[in-house]
Design a protein around this ligand. Structure first.
Ligand SMILES: NC(=O)c1ccc[n+]([C@@H]2O[C@H](COP(=O)([O-])OP(=O)(O)OC[C@H]3O[C@@H](n4cnc5c(N)ncnc54)[C@H](OP(=O)(O)O)[C@@H]3O)[C@@H](O)[C@H]2O)c1
Length: 342
C-alpha cells in the first residue's frame, strides 16, 4: 500500500476535525482506496508549524493546540519561516489548504494553491477563494503538472456536488442554479422563526464552528456570493468574480419580516442565483421568500441547491444541518480521489 503524505495548511475547525478522524474512520477509508495516510506537516498563523517526514501524531497535535500551545515543539529541522516556506519544504504528496476565506481577493489561499501545484503536489481545499477567483488558471496548471486540484468542501460541505458533476454527469450543460448555501444565515433565519434573536442565533453558529471567522462575510452575503462564483466557474465554465455579484445580506431583516414570510406559507432565506447570459453567468444574492415545499425551504442550517440542466432536467441536492464534520468529510472524499488517481 502506498503512503499518502498529507500536509495541512491551516489547523482550525476543519483541520482539527479531519486530524481527529484520520486515525480511525478516515484512515480506514483511505486504506480501502490503497493509501496509507500520514500527516507530515501542519502550518498555522499563530499556532506554529511542525514538519516530520515520518508522520506527526494527530492526537499530540490536537492536544497542543487545544492547550493553547504551538506545534513548534513537534517540528524537525530548520524553523518554518512562512506558509510559502512550508509549502516548498514539507515532504508531501498533497497539500490540504484550510486557511480562512478572503472574499475580496481570494488570497493568500490562491497563491498557496498555485505554489503547491507548481511544486508538483496535488491540492485539496475547502477554501472558496481559489475556486471563486482563479479556478480556470489553477485547473490548467494542475493539468499541466498532472496533478489534481479538488475542492468538494467549498459549497455544501461534503455533499457530493463538484465530484458528482465531474464523475457522474458527462456531457451535461448546467443552465442555471439556485441555492441556499450559507448555513449561518439559514440557521439565524430558522432560529428567528422560533422567536430567537439574530445575535443569539449567530453565537450558536459560531459555537458550532459553521460561521466564518469574520461573521460579517456570512451576514452580508459575501460567503454566498463567493460560492455562487465557485459554482459558476467550476460547473458552468464562467470567469466571474465576487465583486461582480449583485449582493444583499440579511442585516435589515427583522423578526416581523420573518413572521410575515411564515404567515404567507414561506420561509425567508438568503438565496444565491446564477444564470447563463450569453458568454457569462450572472449571479445575484439576496433574501427571498421561499415557498414551503420548495427544496430550498428546509428548516435551520439546511443547505440546498437546484441545478437546471439541458439533458437531466432539474437536479436537487439537500444537506441536512451541515457542520464541520461534513466539511472534514469533503476533504476525505477528495483525498480518496487523489489516492485513486495515483
Ligand atoms: N468551518 C466550516 O464548517 C467550513 C465549511 C466549509 C468551508 N470552510 C472553509 O474551510 C476553510 C477553513 O475553515 P476553518 O473553519 O477551519 O477556519 P479556522 O477555524 O478559521 O482556521 C483557519 C486556520 O488557518 C490558519 N491560518 C490563517 N491564516 C494563515 C496563513 N496565512 N498561513 C497559514 N495558516 C493560516 C489559522 O491559524 P491559527 O490556528 O494560528 O489561527 C487556522 O489554523 C476556510 O476557508 C472556510 O471558509 C469551512
Amino acid at each position: 500500500m502506498r503512503p499518502l503524505r498529507i500536509a495541512l495548511l491551516g489547523f482550525g475547525n476543519v483541520g482539527r476535525r479531519f486530524a481527529s478522524l484520520l486515525p480511525a474512520d478516515y484512515g480506514r477509508v483511505l486504506r480501502a482506496a490503497g493509501a496509507r495516510p500520514r500527516i507530515t506537516g501542519i502550518s498555522t498563523a499563530r499556532h506554529g508549524s511542525a514538519i516530520q517526514s515520518r508522520g506527526l501524531d494527530p492526537a499530540r497535535c490536537l492536544a497542543l493546540v487545544r492547550a493553547g500551545r504551538t506545534l513548534d515543539a513537534l517540528h524537525h529541522g530548520p524553523p518554518v519561516a512562512s506558509a510559502a516556506d512550508f509549502i516548498r519544504r514539507v515532504p508531501a504528496d498533497v497539500l490540504v489548504e484550510l486557511t480562512p476565506l478572503d472574499p475580496r481577493r481570494g488570497e493568500p489561499a490562491t497563491s498557496h494553491v498555485r505554489l503547491a501545484l507548481r511544486r508538483g503536489l496535488h491540492v485539496v481545499t475547502a477554501n472558496k477563494g481559489p475556486v471563486a477567483f482563479a479556478w480556470r488558471p489553477l485547473q490548467t496548471l494542475a493539468a499541466r503538472r498532472r496533478r489534481l486540484f479538488l475542492h468538494e468542501g467549498v459549497v455544501m460541505d461534503g455533499t457530493p456536488l463538484f465530484n458528482m458533476a465531474r464523475r457522474c454527469l458527462p456531457g451535461i450543460t448546467i443552465r442555471s442554479f439556485r441555492g441556499t448555501l450559507n448555513s449561518t444565515t439559514s440557521h439565524i433565519l430558522g432560529r428567528m422563526e422560533q422567536g430567537r434573536s439574530a445575535s443569539e442565533a449567530l453565537r450558536e453558529a459560531q459555537a458550532a464552528g459553521i460561521a466564518e471567522a469574520d461573521p460579517s462575510l456570512d451576514l452580508e452575503g459575501w460567503d454566498a456570493a463567493v460560492k455562487g462564483c465557485a459554482l459558476a466557474n467550476a460547473l458552468m465554465g464562467a470567469s466571474v468574480r465576487p465583486s461582480q455579484v449583485r449582493r444583499r445580506g440579511i442585516g435589515g431583516i427583522t423578526a416581523r419580516d420573518v413572521r410575515a414570510a411564515t404567515a404567507a406559507g414561506s420561509r425567508l432565506r438568503l438565496v444565491v442565483r446564477g444564470r447563463r447570459s450569453g458568454r457569462t453567468v450572472r449571479i445575484a444574492v439576496g433574501p427571498e421568500r421561499v415557498p414551503l415545499g420548495d427544496p430550498l425551504s428546509g428548516p435551520g442550517a439546511d443547505a440546498a441547491l437546484v441545478l437546471e440542466t439541458d439533458l437531466m432536467g432539474e437536479i436537487g441536492l439537500v444537506e441536512r444541518g451541515g457542520d464541520v464534520d461534513q466539511t472534514a468529510y469533503a476533504v476525505l472524499s477528495d483525498l480518496v480521489a487523489v489516492a485513486e488517481a495515483r
